[in-house]
Design a binder for this molecule. Structure first.
Ligand SMILES: *[C@@H]1O[C@H](CO)[C@@H](O)[C@H](O)[C@H]1NC(C)=O
Ligand SMILES: *[C@@H]1O[C@H](CO)[C@@H](O)[C@H](O)[C@H]1NC(C)=O
Ligand SMILES: *[C@@H]1O[C@H](CO)[C@@H](O)[C@H](O)[C@H]1NC(C)=O
Ligand SMILES: *[C@@H]1O[C@H](CO)[C@@H](O)[C@H](O)[C@H]1NC(C)=O
Ligand SMILES: *[C@@H]1O[C@H](CO)[C@@H](O)[C@H](O)[C@H]1NC(C)=O
Length: 371
């Protein structure tokens, strides 16, 4: 009986050893292939079990079977063939060369030679389908297109394209000031260097100095950054700097003031002067001194009233008549306009003028008669 048990034990042992010898361990690894995900967590494989491979990222299947079998404790070799994905060489005229590794997922930076500018993407990647994305760019010669001058124009050398270092001159249309230099140069990046701007003209009108005057450079208008020197009439002290500059907004910066010279006696100097006004007849403009508490009275010169200058509205238009004179939004005192009938004859005043009270001297004429 013990003999029988011994035989059974031997059989069991033999079977155990036999199946152990038929099992496979971890499937073979290949650099260009990957075991399918579903086999990753299995550690023991039996005789006739199989696993599947796929090409590794960056490789493309060209043939063979994906399957490998466990046969008597060994994995049959996989005959799956995978080819490395390669992108074609990039050849761009007038660009710098780069390293020639062109496998899948390689990125390259394109740089053009000096004087050439990249048209397209700078960074390219070799994709799984073996092509570069985005598309391969080109290197084009650098050119500046004719600059667009808002409220200005190209003064000389009008062309469609300019090479780097080529110059042109620009100017502004009337009523606009050029801010910057008129000579501009096409840059090596295809952009105009320091393109100036045309800004609406800004002017300072002659500074109004009460009890003073412009010492040098009397003009009607001054451009920003222009200077004038001012001074005070006798008997007045200049408070501030005599050099004043026209500011960027058309306002004088820090215009000084002329203040009465205070005399040691406590008296005031001569009567101050104001534009478009004079002392009333009972006061003397030549009196050199005025006692403390003295009062002076002024009146406006003809054509001016206390609030400022006198203006008339634009002259009335007359049917079938021409007017010879320029008209303004505000017509100054004394301005005269004349009418002439295109058809018919003129009834009324041929000429009217702007009166000191801001009205026209007469109603407008009429043109009557044959049409
Ligand atoms: C591709 O390259 C990038 C880095 O450039 C990396 O992050 C990515 O994992 C790579 N992809 C593959 C599939 O190799
Ligand atoms: C290649 O693949 C990329 C990214 O997936 C895609 O943008 C491109 O259009 C493909 N090119 C071709 C020729 O199929
Ligand atoms: C453009 O102007 C600059 C400065 O005046 C000068 O140096 C340069 O030679 C000019 N370029 C051409 C092409 O005339
Ligand atoms: C005006 O005066 C300032 C200060 O002295 C000076 O910097 C500037 O150049 C002058 N402007 C002109 C147009 O002369
Ligand atoms: C303005 O002057 C005109 C003529 O000089 C005169 O006819 C008119 O009455 C005056 N109007 C006023 C409001 O003074």
């Amino acid at each position: 009986m013990a003999h029988v048990w011994g035989n059974i034990l031997i059989l069991v042992f033999a079977h155990f050893v036999g199946s152990q010898g038929n099992q496979c361990g971890e499937p073979t690894k290949y650099p260009d292939r990957r075991l399918d995900e579903k086999y990753h967590h299995i550690s023991d494989f039996n005789h006739d079990d199989n696993v599947e491979y796929n090409c590794a990222p960056g490789y493309r299947r060209t043939g063979g079977s994906r399957i490998s079998f466990c046969k008597e404790g060994r994995w049959t070799p996989s005959d799956l063939t995978c080819e490395m994905v390669k992108c074609p060489d990039i050849k761009i005229i007038n660009s710098k060369q780069f390293s020639k590794i062109v496998r899948y997922n390689t990125t390259v930076d394109i740089t053009c030679e000096q004087g050439f500018i990249l048209r397209g993407a700078q960074h390219l990647r070799c994709e799984l389908n073996g092509s570069w994305t985005p598309d391969v760019p080109t290197c084009e010669p650098v050119r500046c297109s004719a600059p667009l001058m808002v409220n200005g124009k190209i003064q000389s050398g009008v062309k469609q394209h300019y090479k780097p270092l080529e110059n042109l001159t620009v100017s502004c249309t009337e009523g606009y000031d050029l801010i910057g230099l008129s000579l501009v140069t096409c840059g090596s990046d295809g952009q105009w260097q320091r393109l100036p701007e045309c800004r609406p003209e800004v002017r300072c009108s002659a500074p109004l100095m009460v009890n003073g005057k412009i010492q040098s450079g009397v003009k009607l208008h001054y451009k920003p950054l222009e200077n004038v020197t001012v001074s005070c009439t006798e008997g007045y002290d200049l408070i501030g700097s005599s050099l004043v500059t026209c500011g960027p907004q058309g306002q004088w910066e820090r215009l000084p003031e002329c203040r009465f010279k205070v005399s040691l006696t406590g008296n005031c100097g001569p009567a101050p002067r104001y534009p478009h006004a004079h002392l009333r007849d009972e006061y003397s403009p030549t009196q050199r001194e005025h006692t403390a508490e003295a009062r002076l009275r002024y009146k406006c010169t003809i054509g001016h009233r206390l609030a400022g200058a006198v203006y008339c509205p634009p002259p009335p238009l007359v049917r079938n008549a021409d007017m010879f004179d320029r008209t303004y939004e505000q017509v100054p005192f004394g301005y005269m306009v004349s009418y002439r009938c295109r058809t018919g004859s003129l009834i009324g005043a041929k000429r009217i003028h702007c009166t000191k009270n801001g009205t026209w001297s007469a109603p407008p004429p009429e043109c009557r008669g044959k049409q």
